[in-house]
Design a protein around this ligand. Sequence first.
Ligand SMILES: [Zn+2]
Length: 232
Amino acid sequence: MPIMISGIPVEVCKKNIKNMHLYVKPPNGKVTVSAPLTMSDETIERFVRTKASWVKRQMEKFEAQPRQSERKYISGETLYVWGKQYFLQVEYGSENSLVLSGDRAILTVRESSAAGQRDNFIREWYRSILKKEIKRLLPKWEERTGLVCNAWQTKYMTTRWGTCNIQKKKIWLNLQLAKKTPDCLEYVILHELLHFVEKHHNDVFISLMDKYMPYWREIKRALNGQILDFME
Ligand SMILES: [Zn+2]
């Protein structure tokens, strides 16, 4: 059970540790305190109370951050596909589908489906269009750089656009790249491929980026300014 401090629920987590630690975690500003196993609830509460104004400041920071709101998948909501904005038009049917037409994204779902089920369907739809583009673009960058990727996967991530395993020469690409302009996907593919020859973001790495994609800085700036999905 969380304890309440100035109206803020604080999760208490007792662990085999020496000191108390207080965390305010993204994306919602959830407050957690970890405390030694033997510490009394009163002592924990007193500790958190002395930090109440710090906690509030941290929570305000999270609230000020731009974040895509949680979706309900109802008409009028917006959907981004390859950097273009579409307005959702929800229709009911027996089979799920998503069709882009002009500036509309026509989503057909079962009327009884929950937001979570619609969420899953859209996620898998993004995965399918992203996979198609990766199949087209990865060989292009492998050819240009002479580097070979042994395996790749799409993955829903909330903190990074791509990641790799250098030993296995494997790349993971964030599903949300299907929402961004296609040059973002190319940039992340190239970035991860180049890690196969240079692990760190050092001068060697940067000169390779410059060589293959002289305009990579603009793309990076645009990507970093964009919002990653809300996720619990
Ligand atoms: Zn990197």
